[in-house]
Design a protein around this ligand. Structure first.
Ligand SMILES: [Mn+2]
Length: 584
């Protein structure tokens, strides 16, 4: 498939000014400008996250009322129900708030709905039974922003409801009835950070009740330990890692180096990560820790995640971590099995493969993985994809999209067919009676064909800056490390070096990968013996052959900077992200 390079707009004069003001390499200034950082002060703050950069929780609308009511419940030893969501964000939010409330002497119960049996969101039946058990205060985390009828049920039952959520209010900005709503996205909230995840909002409430009680101890001791959980959620929930989110993520990851509770320790051990010997990165959390936590909610019951992170019993923690490990393996197998059948279908069916929007349905595909499957199909085909699982005559679907094809809009054209649907431009979920599937497919395909017909599927490679190979130094690598944690909103930089020369023949590894020895082709030719930069290209053997690369060839290379700690090949190298014939 074609790869299209998109070079970010460069701002040489602003970058020059910022580089001087903040004493940074020019290329780093360029990367910071792309993150909205324009002053030396802001650059310093970005590169040196600190607990003092966390905002005052009472800047959030509703925080005073929420903290007052919560403290009253703690003081009166009223049982408090925490109601979470089943993903990483929701479960870590419960853990965080439960721990904080119990530190202050409160009594906590919690409920996390079962993804398949109960589904997403607040359930009136759970409120009823909590009420019967003597609960008078319910706090939602990572959910509730559109729970209008359930909030009404809470009111009828005489329950006080505090909603903490980061999801957008409904299209008319209508809010559910509640004692307080904590959500920077609600109208009238002036909290400076709008893109907190659910667990980070729970963290702000925890911070509020702890800081009121013991301000300095909270900042120095208590808060940092809570940042571990909040950082895992912040990275897993894919909120942009800038502003307060970056502070939470960076400090939380740093905290993981210290001895942590038995739950986290068991989970890291199960994922073969040792935070004490190597700094845990955003990628470790996103690709190794979060999937294990999410496996509980996808394949079974998420409430065990909460037990894992709150137990003090090392044996029990190991048992639960082992169970997550098993569920994650099960999730991977389930996913691989369905993906194979999807690929076979695409291989066999030319007509299906030619569609601009791929709609794939199967009987009994596990509903916990259809969203992941849709993402995989998008990765492989560069087309929007919807994966549907049919169960008891109901079709449950999950879709993912590409740039320039807003999927929710597509779904909305079929609103009359669904029993429920929701989502945003890049991801949707829905359910409908299975006998309406042919109609749904027909209409979605027609809609997509109209909008995507002329488009050849392509993979876009975003390139952030020009960086000739001779400018890659250990000092620069050190600066690039200061951009960690990387992730959404703070992507790993991709650079381009123009007219790089191959100093040696292409080395093929395992028939698929390549190693190149590249050098910046300086104006004075090869008068000086050029020092080569080691480059590795995973799955690039085909591309190298296509371009006919040989010793002496000139190429434009898109790359990421890598530091390798291999005893023989240690040092800086580059990982090739794309190769093109040398530009003139
Ligand atoms: Mn969330």
């Amino acid at each position: 498939m074609r790869q299209r390079w998109v070079l970010a707009e460069q701002h040489p004069s602003e970058a020059d000014a910022l580089a001087k003001a903040a004493r940074l390499p020019q290329v780093l200034a360029e990367l910071l400008l792309a993150r909205g950082i324009t002053t030396g002060h802001a650059a310093f703050a970005f590169l040196n996250p600190d607990v003092d950069q966390l905002h005052d929780p009472f800047l959030m609308r509703g925080m005073d009322a929420a903290a007052d009511r919560l403290e009253q419940a703690i003081a009166g030893r009223e049982p408090i129900l925490l109601y979470g969501d089943y993903d990483v964000d929701g479960t870590t939010a419960v853990v965080l708030l439960k721990t904080a409330i119990e530190m202050r002497g409160g009594i906590v119960r919690f409920h996390v709905p079962h993804r398949i049996r109960e589904g997403y969101g607040l359930q009136a039946s759970v409120l009823e039974s909590a009420c019967a058990d003597g609960v008078r205060l319910v706090i939602t985390v990572d959910t509730g922003m559109r729970a209008f009828s359930e909030a009404e049920a809470a009111r009828r039952l005489g329950l006080d409801l505090i909603i903490t959520d980061h999801h957008l209010p409904d299209a008319h900005d209508k809010l559910p009835h509640a004692l307080a709503i904590l959500n920077p996205n609600q109208p009238g909230c002036n909290y400076p950070e709008k893109s907190l995840c659910g667990a980070a909002i729970a963290l702000k409430l925890a911070q509020a009740i702890l800081e009121r009680h013991a301000p300095s101890r909270t900042r120095e001791k208590t808060l940092p330990s809570f940042l571990k959980m909040a950082s895992i959620a912040t990275i897993a929930d894919a909120v942009p890692l800038r502003g307060e989110n970056r502070v939470i993520a960076a400090l939380g990851l740093k905290e993981l180096r210290r001895p942590v509770g038995v739950g986290l320790r068991s989970l890291f051990a199960a994922a073969a990560l040792d935070p004490a010997s190597r700094q845990v990165t955003g990628f470790d959390i996103a690709f190794r820790i979060a999937p294990r936590i999410n496996a509980a909610g996808r394949m079974d019951v998420a409430s065990e995640v909460i037990e894992l992170f709150t137990t003090r019993d090392a044996g029990r923690a190991q048992e639960l971590a082992a169970k997550l490990e098993r569920l994650n393996r099960e999730r991977r197998d389930t996913e691989a099995f369905a993906l194979r059948s999807i690929e076979e279908r695409l291989d066999a069916d030319d007509e299906l493969r030619a569609e601009s929007l791929l709609v794939l349905d199967g009987n009994g595909w596990h509903r916990g993985v259809i969203g992941i499957l849709a993402s995989r199909v998008v990765e492989r085909t560069a087309k929007p994809a919807i994966v549907i699982s049919i169960e008891d005559d109901i079709a449950h679907g999950s879709g993912r999209s590409i740039d320039g094809f807003p999927l929710l809009e597509a779904i909305e054209t079929c609103a009359d067919l669904f029993s429920r649907f929701g989502g945003h431009a890049f991801a949707v979920g829905f359910a409908l009676p299975a006998d309406r599937l042919p109609e749904l497919k027909r209409r979605l395909r027609a809609h997509a064909a109209e909008r995507l017909a002329a488009r050849e599927p392509e993979r876009v490679l975003h390139i952030h800056a020009d960086l000739p190979l001779d400018r890659i130094t250990p000092v620069l690598a050190g600066w690039l490390r200061k951009l960690e944690p990387l992730g959404h909103g703070n992507p790993e930089p991709v650079f381009v070096a123009r007219r790089a020369r191959l100093l040696a023949p292409v080395r093929i590894m395992k028939e698929r990968h390549i190693r190149l020895d590249l050098a910046h082709d300086s104006a004075n030719g090869n008068s000086r013996k050029a020092e080569g930069m080691r480059a590795v290209g995973w799955d690039m053997a085909f591309r190298a052959a296509e371009l006919g690369l040989a010793q002496g060839s000139l190429v434009d290379v898109a790359y990421r900077v890598r530091e390798n700690d291999h005893p023989d090949y240690g040092g800086i190298e580059i990982e090739i992200a794309g190769l093109e014939p040398a530009s003139a």
